[in-house]
Structure formats: C-alpha cells, structure tokens
Design a protein around this ligand. Sequence first.
Ligand code: AP5
Length: 214
Amino acid sequence: MRLIMLGAPGAGKGTQAKILSKKLSVPHISTGDIFRANIKNETELGILAKTYIDAGKLVPDETTIGIVKNRLLESDCASGFILDGFPRTLAQAMSLDETLANMGMELTGVVNIEVDDEKIIKRMQGRRVCPNCGASYHQTNNPSKNGTNCDHCSTELIIRDDDKPETVISRLETYHKQTEPLIKYYNNKKLLVAVDGWQEVESITNEILSALGV
Ligand code: AP5
C-alpha cells in the first residue's frame, strides 16, 4: 500500500498515518517529524527548516524533495509507505511521480482529510506533544493518561512552537495557496479518497480502510 495523507494542518494526518502504518505494516514518513528531529538535534537542516516552520511557511522544495527521495530508497519502503505532509506543492507532487516511476512503483491512493479552518484553529489550541519521543495528544480529545507528561517516556508535554494561534493562521494560508491545488491534481488521477475529519478517530480510520478496500 503506497498512500499519501493530504489535509490542512491539524486535520489529523499524523494521527491517522500512525494508526494506518501499524495496521498496514508500512513505514510512516512524516516530513514534519523529520524536520522536528533535525531541529531538536540542531543540524544544518534543522536550523534552516526552523526559520520557515516558525513563520508558518513551507521549507523550500529543493530541500524537501531530496529528503523524501532518499527516504523512499530505503529498504523498508519496498513493501509500501504512508507519506504524511508530503507532497505539499505541485512541484513536490510531480517530483514524487517521477521518483516512483523510476522505482517502478505507483501510488495506491491519496487520502484527503477534510476539516474546516475554524474547527482546526480550535482543535490546535488543545494539541500537546512530547518533545522527546514525538507522541501527540489533545487536552480533551486524546489526553495523556499521565497528566501533563508523556504516556510513553514520562517527559513533560509541550505546545508545538508552530501551534501559536498566529502561526496556525499563517499555516492555513500557506495550505490553501500551495497545497490545496493537489486535491484537484490527485482527483484528476482518480487517486483521491475524501474523508470527513470531524469524527471520532476510529470512525475516520474505518472510513479510510473501507474506501481503500482493505
Ligand atoms: P507537519 O508536522 O506536517 O504539520 P501540519 O501538516 O501542519 O500537520 P500537523 O502535524 O499540525 O497536523 P496533522 O494533520 O498531522 O494533525 P494531527 O494528527 O497532529 O509540518 C510542520 C511544518 O513543517 C510545516 O508547516 C512546514 O513548514 C514544514 N513542512 C512539513 N512538510 C513539508 C513539505 N512537504 N514541504 C515543505 N515544508 C514542509 O492532529 C492535530 C490535533 O488534533 C492533535 O492534538 C490530535 O490529537 C487531534 N486530533 C486528530 N484527529 C482527531 C479527531 N478525529 N478528533 C479529535 N481530535 C483529533
């Protein structure tokens, strides 16, 4: 299964990608997670990415495309993958088509998780993440059993730097301008599966699996 998770920031791409990755036994590749790991380790890539991420903008295509190309060449992707947060521009989508064609692979589907901007802004206020292991929670929808600490590693949970309300608004603007055109791109290729992202997490997963015929 070779899937792309599309959707606005906070639509629930990461939440669903993690679940699907386990259920389908394929790796979950999140460009956001790759950038955050590099920011944490203060690498050259992390320092560059942070300037864009904190402003709610996209990291330049030439950087992002190379990272994903290399990741897809790793052996665990031979059986499939779930791309979360990539592609985000038409240039990224076209380059992915080329990479997959060179590898003799085709996409199985593109899942678009639909949630209105106002609901996203509200939802993002409650997100808490673990700065150590990257686990993601929601204060009311998916709270940690460990209070303000991570269930997996007990680290104190934080608010992501780019979840500040003003940055969320910039991220949504960037999404509508640069990423939303991909809905049409994949719809034209008959790959798009649209799901309502304003439901229980489990209902969304079931809807995706049934739309994919799994
Ligand atoms: P990235 O990490 O990909 O951020 P994003 O797309 O903005 O997505 P989020 O992680 O914010 O949200 P999500 O849709 O995964 O939702 P989640 O499941 O966490 O990227 C960060 C930045 O990196 C970008 O802004 C950009 O600068 C850069 N970047 C990344 N990829 C790039 C690329 N390809 N090109 C250029 N730049 C790139 O859920 C959100 C919250 O809601 C959580 O608290 C969760 O618990 C809760 N929740 C989820 N589902 C439900 C539900 N059904 N009901 C109730 N609550 C729910």
